[in-house]
Write a protein that binds this ligand. Structure first.
Ligand SMILES: [Zn+2]
Length: 325
């Protein structure tokens, strides 16, 4: 049975983070469902399928683990490694509670992978059968958690090693070592029959209950088993209502749901930002960027192209044209 702790606002059913609590065992969690948002992020680049899958996994991990840190700001996860995808970033920005009042929570998601598609396919073709896709594509390296919190913009950074076979396994390794976070994670990424990217996941966190350690251990293991045995299809089904999904996951428990946070894909780039970055360069360097009388800047995250003419930046019109003569 699911019940609301508070009446949730009108949330999108398909792109959201649904916080919940399982009364037995005091287990808290965050259910993540991403549909249009993750499709927009993954489809805006021509990533090889295994790279899109890995980036999708990182995006769900960001949305799910954001609740494990006590913050209302942004969490970014960044891989840095020696494989054919040397860098991936997933960024989850929650709207601060103080700025939204009684409005439903919203969060923005963006991410990208730096990737040479040809090298990725070569590496996968040459990989030993025992190596996972993540090990082959990312190689050896680290995963950094950057947390920026609240109006005072406090920073926290944690860096962990990438350990196979998946990103989720690397994060589990981190949770196991961490004394503050007793948590487990499950993530699924795939395509719907219409080709659209879908993803889902659950972060479970155990709330300490003094004096009941033994029973609490049993309840915790049971919750982990229930989440682990849930069908992948449920996580990838945008039509399944999150409450219905939690009910199927914990059929014998009271599950309390809190206000959901709706998630959308949104980049932070803008013409103004690109403009001020360009103006910070010396004119000779800007001249080198001019091709056919124009400067093109492409955002690595959302792949949006910004076009500038030299005169937009207060420079002579003819700038950069002399080399083509
Ligand atoms: Zn952008």
């Amino acid at each position: 049975m699911t019940k609301s702790a508070r009446q949730p606002g009108a949330a999108l059913a398909e792109d959201l983070v649904q916080p919940f609590q399982v009364d037995r065992g005091d287990v808290r969690g965050r259910l993540v469902r991403l549909s249009a948002s993750i499709d927009q992020i993954l489809a805006s680049h021509a990533y090889p399928e295994p790279v899109a899958n890995l980036l999708g996994e990182l995006l769900v991990v960001a949305a799910a683990t954001a609740g494990a840190f006590k913050f209302h700001g942004s969490l970014s996860l960044q891989t840095s490694s020696d494989g054919p995808v040397p860098l991936m970033i997933a960024e989850y920005r929650a709207q601060p509670e103080e700025s939204r009042g009684a409005m439903p929570g919203r969060a923005r998601l963006r991410g990208y992978a730096r990737c040479d598609a040809g090298k990725v396919m070569e590496a996968l073709a040459a990989a030993s059968p025992s190596a996972s896709v993540m090990e082959t594509v990312l190689g050896k390296g680290s995963l950094a958690f950057n947390v920026e919190s609240g109006p005072s913009a406090e920073h926290y950074q944690g860096i962990i090693a990438i350990v196979g076979p998946t990103i989720v396994e690397s994060v589990h390794d981190y949770f196991r070592r961490s004394e503050q976070i007793d948590a487990a994670l499950r993530v699924d990424v795939g395509r719907a029959p219409n080709g659209q990217w879908q993803a889902g996941g659950v972060l479970l966190q155990r709330m300490p209950r003094p004096g009941l350690a033994e029973r609490s251990d049993d309840d915790w293991r049971r919750a982990l088993a229930l989440v682990g045995s849930s069908g992948r299809a449920d996580f990838l089904n945008p039509g399944l209502d999150p409450r219905g999904m939690l009910q199927r996951m914990f059929p014998e428990d009271d599950v309390r749901v809190f206000d959901p946070v709706s998630v959308e894909a949104q980049c932070r780039c803008s013409r103004d930002r690109v403009d001020s970055v360009l103006r910070s360069f010396p004119p000779e360097e800007i001249a080198e960027m001019v091709v056919d009388g124009e400067i093109t800047v492409t955002c690595e995250f959302c792949n949006h192209r910004y076009l500038f003419l030299p005169q937009d930046l207060g420079l002579p019109k003819q700038l950069g044209l002399n080399e083509t003569h």
